[in-house]
Write a protein that binds this ligand. Structure first.
Ligand code: PNS
Length: 166
């Protein structure tokens, strides 16, 4: 059983994420979409909302599990879950520069490998941050996110006591 982890904030999940996760599912027997929590980060959606959006949009794909990653080390999470690889999408050389030290560190920590998948050309401009900004300023983001995510973005849905902006 080859298991991989696709980690991220997914705040919210967008079409670029979905494309990379779908490709990861074609390479591994099981892919865990690990939704992170970092208390130094300000999220627009709560952890539950971020996981719900991921589950809703990935429901049709086989071999995918959506889980909270917790606040600990990604390498340790992978070790505990029996995952031999982390899968990340790369949009640009600056993504690579950012990811390379983490990939090397993660491999040194527990031996977990990182597999980089080049993003599809029509998704290289997508980030959750940019999508949220465009939506907040009234722009049309319907080409960039699945329908269920779009509904939540437009509804401004988030539990007030857990809402974090950003
Ligand atoms: O979608 P994001 O916010 O870019 O995802 C970042 C994530 C979750 C992949 C990254 O923050 C991470 O790896 N967090 C776990 C903490 C950790 O292991 N830090 C050491 C990295 S070598």
């Amino acid at each position: 059983m080859r298991r991989a982890v696709c980690p991220g904030s997914f705040d919210p999940i967008h079409n670029g994420h979905l494309e990379v996760i779908a490709r990861a599912a074609g390479l591994f027997d099981e892919v865990i979409v690990a939704v992170s929590t970092n208390y130094t980060k300000k999220y627009r959606f709560t952890l539950e909302e971020r996981m719900d959006m991921a589950r809703e949009t990935l429901a049709s794909l086989r071999g995918i599990i959506v889980e909270p990653m917790g606040e600990g080390l990604l390498a340790e999470y992978c070790r505990q879950r029996g995952a031999t690889a982390i899968v990340k999408g790369l949009r640009s050389s600056s993504d690579f520069d950012y990811e390379l030290p983490m990939a090397t560190m993660n491999r040194q920590l527990t031996g977990v490998e990182t597999v980089f998948l080049p993003a599809e050309a029509h998704y290289i401009h997508l980030s959750s941050t940019l999508i949220k900004e465009v939506a907040q300023l009234g722009g049309d983001v319907s080409d960039f996110v699945p329908k269920s995510v779009l509904k939540r973005i437009l509804a401004g849905e988030s539990a007030p006591d857990q809402r974090r902006s950003g």
